[in-house]
Design a protein around this ligand. Structure first.
Ligand SMILES: Nc1ncnc2c1ncn2[C@@H]1O[C@H](COP(=O)(O)OP(=O)(O)OP(=O)(O)O)[C@@H](O)[C@H]1O
Ligand SMILES: [Mg+2]
Length: 253
């Protein structure tokens, strides 16, 4: 198996709560991998550990064979892992385009020594801006790039967030509930967009999603967390027919 991400025996506790207990999983390169589980099962905590927002109490995380647990979020981001948050963090007063422009890493204009040489970075900025405009056009958001982010619908906010990762040259993108709070059709369009991005840019997606019916139409492989432990894994068909999974959802946690 050609894994881009390996999580090995990760545990994380908050006081008396064992949010993750010995969780091990692999995300295959260029896959769309799902992460599901009832509320409070540890999904967001796992994303926070992978992206360096939390340090695991034990266990390790490898990205492209390099150990990343213990690194800080910026270091992990610059290695090529981008993420969205369960609650979107766009700057409402900036336009969609400006929000997206905040993310590409290593932009020449950010470097103090090169800042006076405006010509070098103006060219780079306009190339990135064109890339953004093409992406927006591809997904019916043509013209939206000038609109303040506060005027975007929930679904569009999620698309902008997803696109930020691409512009940051990420290889692995973690999405925490991308379709939360958006209409079903918008959610489907978002998953179509994700599939298109995966193919076009050879990206890998690891996605937490409560809309399992929608997720299962697009993922190659699924992991199920329950009370901090890995409960099941497999193709959508395998997981959907696993009695343990059905019990966890019906039993309600
Ligand atoms: N920063 C924190 N401090 C204390 N407890 C936390 C913290 N983050 C998460 N927890 C606890 O850890 C457990 C797992 O939470 P987590 O947010 O990872 O679940 P989740 O699967 O993402 O849930 P949801 O589907 O509701 O988003 C919960 O009991 C939660 O209350
Ligand atoms: Mg969560």
């Amino acid at each position: 198996m050609n894994s881009i991400l390996e999580v090995r025996k990760v545990s994380k506790r908050f006081g008396g709560v064992e949010a993750l207990k010995d969780v091990s999983l692999n995300v295959e390169r260029e896959s769309i991998t799902g992460l599901i589980g009832p509320n409070g099962s540890g999904k967001s905590t796992l994303f926070n550990v992978i992206t360096g927002f939390y340090k695991p109490d034990s266990g390790s995380v490898y990205f492209e064979g390099k150990r990343i647990d213990g690194l800080n979020p910026n270091e992990i981001y610059s290695m090529g892992i981008a993420r969205t948050f369960q609650i979107p963090r766009l700057f409402a007063s900036l336009t969609t385009l400006e929000n997206m422009m905040l993310s590409p890493k290593g932009q020449k204009g950010e470097n103090l020594l090169k800042a006076p040489l405006r010509k070098t970075w103006i060219k780079e900025e306009s190339e990135i801006a064109n890339e953004v405009k093409n992406l927006l056009k591809e997904f019916d958001m043509d013209g939206l790039h000038k609109m303040p982010a506060s005027g975007l619908s929930g679904g569009h906010v999620k698309m902008v967030e997803t696109s930020k990762g691409i512009l940051g040259r990420a290889k692995l993108i973690l999405l925490d509930e991308p379709t939360a709070g958006v209409h079903y059709a918008v959610g489907r369009n978002l998953f179509e967009y994700i599939s298109y991005l995966r193919k076009t840019f050879n990206l890998t997606f690891f996605i937490i999603e409560h809309r399992i019916d929608l997720l299962f139409d697009y993922v190659d492989y699924v992991y199920v967390l329950h009370m901090g432990k890995l409960l099941s894994q497999g193709t959508p068909e395998e997981v959907a027919s696993d009695p343990k999974v059905i019990e966890a959802y019906i039993g309600g946690a």
